[in-house]
Ligand binder design. Structure first.
Ligand code: AMP
Length: 266
């Protein structure tokens, strides 16, 4: 597996390659969910590129940024074992050579006002800036992202449309632990007890609890805060009643860790 730390070196290598490029952007602390994206890319494309970059501009909470897990050596072994061809591990200055002020703004419309957009001001602008720069450096044919971050997929679809990029976005299913907990890099920060309590998110989905009962159940099982539990249209993410199909989206905090998850009731 080739490793690059600068856009220049990465691009000169990719220019020498023939065949389609699949790209999997990550923030590291890799788990089986990330690796499922690498596997999908390997099925569909000839060269698979992953990136590892904890993007400062998408964190609205400085302590979340500081505490974000970093496991680079283990990440590299997992990527190599999965058959990833190239990993790009840029520095902050490689992505932001002109600093992090005065960044472009993306017209995301309502997507920025609802759910994660509402609860994490500025988050999706930061996501768009970094993903746009990574796409510009790598120029992939296909981009692989997880449905775990359902609204992020919608935001990147919008970015691709706004920037008119010739890229196919492929959304891959959420990988869960055997007990139903959605895999997440932030799960490392939960105690063993909290990891079990966090399965109440999945239980709430499976039991199709109303938002009120769902909230009560989470607060009774170790969660200190529920930011939202919303039933939405899976296509538009606008609010919907419990008429099928609907998507349940959850953001809730346990042990100071903010978890998100979603589940389709078809
Ligand atoms: P992150 O490192 O959290 O930025 O995630 C990188 C990519 O992996 C994003 O496209 C996520 O949606 C995806 N991802 C994260 N967790 C999972 C999971 N449990 N199953 C599938 N994809 C995931």
């Amino acid at each position: 597996m080739k490793q690059f730390h600068t856009k220049l070196a990465l691009q000169s290598f990719l220019d020498s390659q023939t065949g389609t490029i699949g790209f999997v952007p990550t923030m590291g602390a890799l788990h089986v969910g990330h690796i499922s994206l690498i596997q999908q890319s390997k099925k569909e494309c000839q060269v698979t590129v992953a990136s590892i970059f904890v993007n400062p501009t998408q964190f609205n909470d400085p302590s979340d940024f500081e505490k974000y897990p970093k496991t680079l050596e283990a990440d590299l072994s997992q990527l190599a074992a999965a058959g990833c061809d190239v990993v790009y591990i840029p520095s902050v200055t490689d992505i932001y050579p002109d600093g992090m002020n005065e960044l472009p703004q993306y017209a995301l419309g309502n997507l920025e006002q609802i759910l994660e957009g509402k609860h994490r001001p500025g988050h999706f602008q930061g996501v768009c800036v970094v993903v746009h720069r990574l796409l510009d450096a790598i120029k992939p044919n296909c981009l692989f992202m997880g449905e775990k971050d359902y609204q992020q997929v919608a935001v990147i679809r919008k970015l691709i449309e706004l920037a008119n990029l010739p890229i196919t976005l492929i959304a891959c299913p959420t990988v869960r632990e055997a007990n139903g907990l959605a895999m997440s890099s932030r799960n490392i920060r939960l105690s063993a007890i909290q990891q079990v309590q966090a399965t109440h998110i999945y239980k709430g989905f499976k039991n199709q609890l109303t938002p009120e009962d769902f909230t009560t159940d989470l607060l009774a099982n170790g969660f200190e805060r529920v930011e939202y539990i919303s039933f939405c249209d899976p296509k538009t993410l606008s609010l919907k009643s419990n008429q099928k199909p609907y998507l349940i989206l959850v953001a809730a905090c346990i042990g100071g860790v903010r978890l998100i998850d979603n589940y389709l009731i078809a």
